[in-house]
Write a protein that binds this ligand. Structure first.
Ligand code: URA
Ligand code: SF4
Length: 207
């Protein structure tokens, strides 16, 4: 399956009641080989109208922060936990998140990012239940996800939540600037893992 094929399925999806009120489904977009994938909550009004993720005010802010670490939208992949807009921007319901989940899993399987950056509490809660965003933002977490295996997550505040709250905004901007360093660390870890595996193989040859 390609990302395009998946997007086609999402645009035609009627698996949860959110399809009824959508103008356009928002599958997500970006570099199919991105090292970083950003996962928000769900489309807002602008996203619903345009069929693209993070194109409203929160999106502008996200782009600004990407710029602060010398990245453009097209360098990363941007998606959401639910692909259709919850009416009046209400929180997505647990059932809706669960029904839409396989699409996100498939996107991650295709892209194989090095780091998953969750934006806000819904994305964090779905991947790593039980952690509070205010205590773990800006701290990388390694977790095993049943459908995906071990992955590294970097939880951030949601740009829409932080935008107009001075303290949160500063915190988010600071956490964001740590992304390149976190990515370096992930790369070191992956290299170690590869070397360990090589060693294991060599060990087997010895015996
Ligand atoms: N907020 C989100 O969580 N996702 C979007 O795509 C836009 C705003
Ligand atoms: Fe399908 Fe997800 Fe849209 Fe629900 S939110 S209709 S599961 S694409």
């Amino acid at each position: 399956m390609t990302l395009e094929e998946l997007a086609k399925q999402i645009k035609a999806c009627k698996k949860c009641p959110l399809y009824k009120n959508r103008t356009k489904a928002v599958p997500g977009e970006g570099n199919p080989k991105a090292e970083l994938i950003f996962i928000g909550e769900g489309p807002g009004q602008q996203e619903d109208l345009q069929g693209r993720p993070f194109v409203g005010t929160a999106g502008k802010f996200l782009e600004e922060m990407l710029g602060s670490i010398k990245l453009k939208r097209g360098d990363v992949f941007i998606a959401n936990v639910v692909k259709c807009r919850p009416p009046g921007n209400r929180d997505p319901l647990p059932d809706e998140i669960e029904t839409c989940w396989p699409y996100l899993i498939e996107q991650i399987k295709i892209i194989k990012p090095k780091l998953i950056i969750t934006l806000g509490r819904h994305a964090l809660q779905k991947f790593i239940p039980g952690l509070g965003i205010s205590s773990v933002h800006g701290q990388p977490k390694r977790r095993e996800i049943a459908e995906l295996g071990k992955l590294i997550f970097y939880p951030l505040y949601h740009p829409a939540a932080a935008l107009y709250r001075g303290n949160l905004r500063e915190t988010l901007e600071k956490d964001f600037k740590k992304i390149p360093r976190v990515l370096e660390k992930v790369e070191e870890l992956l290299k170690e893992k590869r070397e360990e595996t090589k060693e294991e193989i060599e060990q087997k040859r010895l015996f």
